[in-house]
Ligand binder design. Structure first.
Ligand code: AMP
Length: 575
C-alpha cells in the first residue's frame, strides 16, 4: 500500500466523532492491507513505530521538525515559524508549505525511514535526524507531510485504542466472533502488529498457536474488590492471602543475562531498576523466566517500607544510580508466569507459587511476597489490620486453583483495602476527557476543573463520572494546562460519551486518581446511565497526586466497577 492511501484513511479517522464509524474505517483499511504491511499500518495508526514495550522514540522536538521542514520546503525557518504561529499545528504548517505530491512512497519505505530516524543516536545525531526527516519530507506530498509531521511529534491523535484495533480486525473478516481469539493472543504478547500479521498470513489457526514468550510482555492480571474478608471467603473459598504492597509493579523477563522489565502499562522500565536487574541475574535460578511483583523503597536499617511517593521517584531518566543508593528497592515477587521452557500461566496459583519460591535463592533484594493460606475470615482480618499498621495497602486474596488471568480483572485476585468514614473505600482512577477554564481566581491558571471519565468495556468508550476541581496545587494547575493543551481537540473525541460540554475537549490520554465521599446517582453524567438518563457521579471528588504515568486510559476504573462500588458502599466495612 502507498503511504498516501494510508493518509486518506487518517483523514477519514481524523474527521469522525462516531465510534462505529471508526470501526468501519479501520476494518476497511485492514481489509485493504497486505500481511507485509499490516503491522506497520497498525503501529502508525496508533502513533508509534513499534509496540510501546519496545521503548522506541523518534526523539524529535518542534524545533527540529521546523528545521527539517524548512530544508524540505526550501524556505527559511522563520517562514515555517510564522505559519506555525498562525495554524498552531505543525501538521497543517507542513501541508501548507510542501508541494503537491508526485508518485508517493510505499508504506514500507516511509516506515523504514522513520525507523532510521528513531535509531539515530550519539554524536551528531541531531543533525542526522534533521537531514533524514527533511529527505523523507522532500519525497512526500503535502498531505503525507501533514501526517508525518504530526507523527514525529507524537501528535497524530487518532485515538485508536488497542481494543478498537482488535474489534476492527475481527470486523475486517466480517466476524465479531473472532475477537476473543485475537484478544487471547494479545493478552499473551501485547503486540497488535504481530497478531495482525499472523492473522492475515495464517488466519485464526496461526493466532490460536500464540503462546507466552520471554521478551513479549504479558498483559497484567488485575484485582476485583470486595468489601470484607467474609465476602472474599464466600466468593472463592480457601484462599492465598498476600500483602498488598504500595509500590511499582514490574514484570521481569529473564533470558540468561538479558533482563527486561515492564511496567503495569507495559512500558519498558529496565533502566529504572539496576539493583533488581543485578539480583535477578545472580539469584534467580532459572535460565529463562518471567515473573511479576512489586518494587518498593525500603529502609535497610529498620526494614520499614517507604511510602509510594518515595518509590515513584525512580520514574526518571537520569540520576537512577544515586537514587538506588539513597533509596534501595526491594522486589516482592508474587507471580511466576514462565520458567525454563514451561508456560505457567495456565497452571493453578499454588503451583506457580511453589515454583516461584523454589527459584529465588536467598538474597537481599528479591523475596517472595508474604503469603499464607486460610479459609478463616478472622485470620484475614487480623493480618489485614497488622499489614495496614505496617504501612501496607491491605491484602490481595488469590484463588488457589485459578490460572493467571492475563489482561483481565477477575475474582481470581481480590483486593481488600482500608475504608474510611465518609470516604470511599478505594480511590477511583478517571481518564481526563476535557477541562473547564474555571471562574474567578481559578481562571488564572487556565484550568479550573477536569472532566473525568471511567472506561466502559462494553462499548470501548469513556463515560463521564466527575468534574474534578480540587486537590491540585497552583503549580500543578499551571503544569496541567501545559500538558493537557498538547492533547486538546476541536471537537469531542469519538470514544468519549458526555452530557457536559467542557471548554476544551481532550484526547483521552491521561489518568488521575481521585478520592470522593461517595458515589451518587446523577443525571449530569453518562457513566452507567439508565433509560431515564440517570448515571453515576462522584460526590466531592478531589485529586490525589498528579497525572498517573503508569496508567493508560483503559486502565481507568470501569463503569461496571463504579456501579459495584455504588451497590457496596452502604455495607462498606472491613470485617
Ligand atoms: P489496584 O491498583 O488498587 O487495583 O491494586 C492492584 C495493584 O496492587 C497491582 O497492579 C499491583 O501493582 C499491586 N500489588 C501489590 N501487592 C500485590 C500482590 N501481592 N498481588 C498482586 N498485586 C499486588
Amino acid at each position: 500500500m502507498k503511504f498516501s492511501r494510508l493518509t486518506e484513511y487518517f483523514e477519514e479517522l481524523d474527521a469522525t466523532t462516531k465510534r462505529l464509524e471508526m470501526f468501519d474505517i479501520l476494518s476497511r483499511l485492514f481489509r485493504e492491507s497486505s500481511s507485509k504491511d499490516i503491522d506497520k499500518i497498525i503501529y502508525l495508526c496508533q502513533g508509534q513505530l513499534l509496540p510501546a514495550f519496545k521503548g522506541i522514540e523518534i526523539g524529535m522536538s518542534e524545533k527540529l521538525l521546523i528545521k527539517a521542514l524548512s530544508e524540505a520546503a526550501s524556505v527559511p525557518t522563520k517562514k515555517v515559524e510564522e505559519t506555525f504561529k498562525k495554524t498552531g499545528d505543525l501538521g497543517e504548517t507542513a501541508e501548507g508549505l510542501l508541494k503537491e505530491g508526485g508518485e508517493g512512497l510505499a508504506i514500507e519505505k516511509a516506515y523504514n525511514e522513520l525507523m532510521d530516524i528513531a535509531y539515530t543516536a550519539g554524536t551528531g545525531s541531531v543533525e542526522k535526524k534533521i537531514s533524514l526527516l527533511s529527505n523523507l519530507l522532500k519525497g512526500t506530498s503535502s498531505k503525507e507531510g501533514k501526517y508525518i509531521a504530526r507523527f514525529v511529534l507524537g501528535r497524530l491523535r487518532l485515538g485508536i485504542g488497542d481494543p478498537t484495533v482488535l474489534e476492527a480486525l475481527a470486523l475486517s473478516k466480517g466476524d465479531r466472533g473472532l475477537r476473543p481469539g485475537l484478544e487471547r493472543a494479545y493478552n499473551l504478547c501485547s503486540d497488535l502488529g504481530l497478531i495482525a500479521k499472523t492473522f492475515l498470513a495464517k488466519g485464526m489457526e496461526g493466532v490460536r498457536k500464540f503462546h507466552v514468550q520471554v521478551g513479549y510482555p504479558i498483559r497484567m492480571a488485575l484485582c476485583e474488590r470486595l468489601p470484607s474478608s467474609e465476602d472474599i471467603i464466600s466468593k472463592i473459598g480457601k484462599a492465598a492471602i498476600e500483602a498488598k504492597y504500595d509500590g511499582l509493579r514490574i514484570q521481569i523477563h529473564k533470558d540468561k543475562h538479558n533482563i527486561e522489565m515492564f511496567s503495569r502499562n507495559l512500558e519498558r522500565t529496565t533502566h529504572m531498576f539496576p539493583e533488581i536487574k543485578e539480583a535477578v541475574t545472580s539469584h534467580l535460578q532459572a535460565k529463562k523466566a518471567i515473573l511479576e511483583g512489586e518494587a518498593l523503597a525500603y529502609n535497610e536499617a529498620t526494614g520499614e517500607l517507604f511510602p509510594f511517593q518515595i518509590t515513584i521517584q525512580r520514574k526518571r531518566k537520569h540520576g537512577i544510580e544515586e537514587l538506588a543508593k539513597e533509596y534501595p528497592l526491594k522486589f516482592f515477587a508474587f507471580e511466576l508466569l514462565y520458567a525454563d521452557d514451561e508456560d505457567y500461566t495456565e497452571r493453578p496459583y499454588i503451583e506457580r507459587r511453589k515454583k516461584l519460591e523454589s527459584i529465588i535463592r536467598k538474597n537481599p533484594v528479591i523475596e517472595p511476597a508474604e503469603m499464607f493460606v486460610t479459609d478463616n475470615p478472622q485470620n484475614i482480618y487480623e493480618y489485614f489490620e497488622k499489614a495496614v499498621e505496617r504501612g501496607l495497602e491491605g491484602v490481595v486474596a488469590k484463588r488457589l486453583d485459578a490460572p493467571y488471568s492475563a489482561g483481565a480483572r477477575s475474582f481470581n485476585w481480590i483486593k481488600l483495602k482500608r475504608s474510611y468514614r465518609g470516604e470511599l473505600a478505594d480511590t477511583i482512577d478517571v481518564c481526563i476527557v476535557g477541562y473547564f477554564r474555571g471562574k474567578g481566581a481559578r481562571a488564572r491558571f487556565g484550568v479550573g476543573a477536569l472532566l473525568g471519565a471511567v472506561y466502559d468495556e462494553k462499548t470501548d468508550a469513556f463515560k463521564t463520572v466527575s468534574k474534578v476541581g480540587s486537590g491540585f496545587t497552583e503549580d500543578e494547575l499551571a503544569e496541567l494546562k501545559k500538558i493537557l493543551d498538547k492533547v486538546a481537540l476541536t471537537h469531542r473525541h469519538p470514544r468519549v460519551d458526555s452530557a457536559m460540554e467542557p471548554d476544551i475537549w481532550l484526547e483521552p490520554k491521561y489518568v488521575i486518581t481521585v478520592t470522593a465521599d461517595e458515589i451518587t446517582r446523577s443525571p449530569s453524567h453518562t457513566a452507567g446511565r439508565d433509560k431515564e438518563g440517570v448515571g453515576y457521579a462522584l460526590r466531592f471528588p478531589r485529586a490525589v497526586g498528579f497525572l498517573r504515568g503508569d496508567k493508560k486510559p483503559e486502565d481507568a476504573n470501569t463503569v461496571k466497577e463504579i456501579i459495584e462500588i455504588f451497590d457496596h458502599q452502604r455495607k462498606v466495612k472491613v470485617s
